[in-house]
Design a protein around this ligand. Structure first.
Ligand code: SAM
Length: 292
């Protein structure tokens, strides 16, 4: 079914020569803005990641503009074609398979080249899974850090996460469903237990949000087959509580050690405060050693 639009003649406009960075839907094809349609109809060609994916969107809107496949490692030939078209004062659009180009997607190199050459660039905003997931998560939205994809290599992922442990803002990750459980486990280890949300299949028929502590989410996803589709993982930042707890952390540890083992003390206090188990354990170990 084609989405109705104004008479094609009224949509024909003269675009200034340059690069148009056009956001496209992340699932629901209705999330394409009127301006995005106008730009996509009137550029000389559309640079896209996969002509089959973008072709579906163009078909839905009856847009007949030619496409050229482009990705970050495209041959110089493709980049040159885009840049020389812009140099001839043509308007060229760049889109990615879904969402906002350059956000964990190609486009950045091209934009840098356009800036270096003093070419006109314009962004047509629209959907991005990161922001859509964030606003649904119920985790603070006032400050956030977008991390994108963590490394798929276990050790590198651990290091990336341990580098985020003291960041006091909400953290946003893209993750593949098949790595979700191992990522949640590494997060618990490196960041401590925190509020989090798994937002899945955003804007699509089976959109789903699951909120809870990292521990609960880990246990839940461990007990079921890997979820289908695409997901964004939102995790609370380092909790302010830590600062308040810091001053009397030693006292809390000493009291707890009177009735609990080192291990249980660190697990419990880590859960309560968001301070990593490793840190609490190290402090508890130091406090439990007799002073010489
Ligand atoms: N440029 C895109 C954007 O602005 O959102 C992101 C592209 S990145 C290659 C693809 C990742 O984005 C997916 O693996 C998933 O983590 C997330 N994503 C994209 N669409 C999504 C959706 N509908 N629901 C949940 N996550 C989505």
């Amino acid at each position: 079914l084609l989405i109705s639009k104004q008479d094609a003649d009224t949509m024909t406009i003269e675009l200034k020569g340059g690069l148009y960075i056009v956001s496209t839907p992340i699932g629901n094809l209705k999330d394409l803005s009127a301006r995005a349609i106008e730009v996509l109809e009137n550029v000389s060609f559309i640079a896209c990641e996969d002509t089959r994916v973008t072709g579906k969107l163009l078909f839905r809107y009856n847009i007949k503009t030619p496409m050229k496949a482009y990705h970050e490692h495209s041959a110089e030939r493709v980049k040159d074609k885009i840049l020389s078209a812009i140099a001839e004062d043509k308007a060229v659009a760049i889109v990615s398979d879904a969402g906002t180009p350059t956000i964990s997607d190609p486009g950045y190199k091209l934009i840098k080249l356009c800036i270096r050459n003093n070419y006109y660039i314009s962004a047509i905003p629209g959907a991005s899974a990161a922001i859509t997931g964030l606003v649904l998560s119920g985790i603070p939205t006032n400050r956030f850090l977008f991390f994108g994809f963590l490394s798929s290599k276990r050790e590198k992922k651990s290091n990336e996460l341990s580098g985020l442990v003291n960041i006091p803002t909400t953290l946003i990750f893209y993750e593949s469903p098949k790595r979700l459980v191992s990522t949640l486990q590494t997060m618990i280890k490196q960041l401590g237990n925190r509020p989090a949300a798994i937002t899945r299949e955003l804007t699509k028929r089976h959109e789903q949000v699951r909120r809870g502590q990292l521990n609960d989410l880990f246990l839940y996803y461990k007990s079921i087959p890997p979820p289908k589709g695409e997901l964004v993982l939102i995790v609370g930042g380092m909790v302010k509580k830590i600062a308040a707890v810091d001053d009397n952390l030693d006292q809390i540890i000493i009291n707890r050690l009177k009735s609990k083992s080192l291990r249980d003390t660190s697990i419990e206090i880590s859960d309560e405060t968001g301070i990593t188990k490793k840190l609490v354990y190290a402090r508890a170990l130091a406090l439990s050693k007799p002073k010489s």
